[in-house]
Ligand binder design. Structure first.
Ligand SMILES: [Zn+2]
Length: 232
């Protein structure tokens, strides 16, 4: 059930339902995937999860915190502070309305982005009448069962290229070569693009639409389980 389609009368009585908030980023995903890859994937997954459960699907938060890709063409990000404030305000408003069970699911898994969400989550659980809250990213859900052949796949590689090929085939423009960032260990660097020219972290060459369908179903199953534990 999508929140945006409900009216004032219908929303009454749904307050025990878990609320899913999809998050993502507007960020380069190599030369072959759309800037909206993370949020488009999160929206597709959470729509399916909302169909298979009684969860309420909140409108997506398109912008996220992007550190390593911020100089690549097309990345439009926000600060960790802005994300913390935004998610805290949105969740507090749901709590004011009587909702108390939440899943924040992010298609973008940047470390600062996830840290901002978890920091906000910690404050919310301390200060608000929240019964259950789960926060996870798409990369948190990768396991053996999914059968990725790439060891270190995290951005515009096997997983994301397969998912976009399955969900939005017209948005995949060719492919890109296998690449991994070469950031110097422990260093905070400017000119990040020098260390990661192609903006791919993984191997898009081994992606396929069929794998995308398998990854999608596996991710939906895992998210349905998380929604079930948020309801307990
Ligand atoms: Zn991504």
């Amino acid at each position: 059930m999508e929140l945006t389609a409900l009216n004032m009368t219908e929303i009454e009585g749904l307050k025990e339902r878990p609320v899913i908030i999809p998050l993502g980023s507007i960020e380069e995903h190599g030369p072959h995937l759309p800037l909206g890859t993370d949020i488009l994937t999160a929206i597709a997954l959470t729509k399916e999860v909302a169909k298979e459960t009684d969860a309420l699907l909140a409108p997506p938060i398109y912008y996220g915190v992007c550190r390593s890709t911020k100089e690549h063409p097309g990345t439009i990000g926000i600060s960790p502070r802005a994300l913390r404030l935004l998610i805290k305000d949105v969740v507090k408003s749901f709590v004011l309305q009587g909702f108390s069970r939440f899943l924040l699911f992010s298609g973008h898994a940047g470390s600062l982005h996830m840290a901002a969400l978890k920091e906000a989550g910690e404050e919310l659980i301390e200060t608000q009448k929240i019964k259950k809250m789960a926060i996870c990213s798409i990369l948190d859900l990768i396991d053996e069962e999914m059968g990725l052949v790439t060891q270190n796949d995290s951005h515009a590689g096997e997983l994301e290229t397969s998912l976009i090929a399955y969900l939005y085939p017209q948005m995949v423009k060719g492919s890109a070569k296998e690449e991994y960032p070469q950031f110097p260990p422990f260093m905070i660097v400017k000119n990040k693009r020098n260390f990661w020219p192609g903006g791919v972290w993984g191997n898009p060459q081994v992606a396929s639409k069929e794998k995308g369908g398998h990854f999608f179903r596996s991710l939906v199953r895992k998210l349905v389980k998380i929604v079930d534990s948020v309801k307990d």
